[in-house]
Design a protein around this ligand. Structure first.
Ligand SMILES: O=C(O)CCC(=O)C(=O)O
Length: 266
């Protein structure tokens, strides 16, 4: 990818991410990436990992993780598309490591909501420069399960594991403002790992809601293999890159084959 192909994120967009904990970026991914990912999603639905068919199984809300280790198109998206360069600009860090990819397909009529939560409690890392880029592959509205965010909630610096209602999630917060966006395929949301978010099910009878979230960490992030994070089940996925985490030390860098540095490109 030449530097001319790297989308420029504006100061205003970076400021929105910093203040609100989330920003919606429009049209940064070319159709060729969207097409490639849609085919990869078809492949994944036909060839799910043991996670997708096991503890993640949620009716016709199809979830899977670490697809990049098993599929060349998911891998190419993380390693070759502008995604890492976009995240590096938003987090304003020198280096970006890839934590994992996460497929989230809400088929029409998938009634399961995404409970209110933030992400950091589930991940084996500590630090501030941690975010996700959630890429829409279909038109997204609140009706089809568009994400909603509590504006500025990353600044609470609180871990919030899944809660079914908002009141429970924010019991001690006096006032809150929700942010959400209608999105076109190719638009993306970048949210901080402490921003509280949730979504309804997909109430449409015809429109799918396919999304790919990629998870990223920057310079200040260290390894923190708490048992309540995905570190407890990752070994069951049977992917060869997992062995590399044996060389990591709590409180030190997360650089290893499972969490590769993808920016700057090496
Ligand atoms: O796509 C969804 O419904 C949930 C996404 C989410 O929670 C996330 O990407 O962190």
């Amino acid at each position: 990818m030449s530097s001319a192909e790297i989308p420029k994120i504006t100061n205003q967009e970076i400021k929105a991410f910093e203040q609100d904990g989330v920003v919606c970026l429009r049209g940064l991914f070319k159709d060729v990436w969207l097409e490639r990912l849609r085919s990869a999603i078809d492949w994944n639905i036909a060839n799910p990992s043991s996670m997708a068919t096991g503890s993640f199984q949620r009716g016709n809300f199809h979830l899977d993780v670490f697809m990049w280790t098993r599929n060349a198109d998911f891998r190419a998206f993380a390693f070759e598309s502008p995604v890492a360069a976009i995240v590096a600009q938003i987090l304003k860090t020198e280096k970006i490591h890839f934590l994992f990819d996460h497929l989230l397909v809400k088929e029409p009529g998938s009634i399961k909501p995404t409970p209110w939560h933030n992400d950091q409690p589930y991940w084996p890392v500590q630090g501030w420069n941690i975010c996700s880029l959630w890429l829409a592959l279909d038109p997204v509205t609140k009706e089809t399960g568009g994400l909603q965010y509590i504006k500025g909630s990353h600044q609470w610096r609180k871990s919030i594991r899944e809660k079914n209602n908002l009141v429970e999630a924010v019991a001690d917060s006096k006032s809150l403002e929700l942010l959400s966006w209608d999105m076109a395929p190719g638009d993306c949301l970048v949210h901080h790992a402490l921003t509280v978010h949730g979504a309804s099910g997909n109430a449409s009878t015809s429109t799918r809601r396919r999304a790919l979230a990629t998870r990223w960490v920057g310079d200040d992030v260290t390894y923190d293999p708490r048992p309540e994070t995905f570190i407890s089940y990752i070994k069951k996925l049977g992917i060869k890159e997992v062995n590399s985490i044996n060389s990591l030390h709590a409180g030190a860098s997360i650089d290893c084959d499972l969490f590769p540095q993808l920016w700057p490109r090496t």
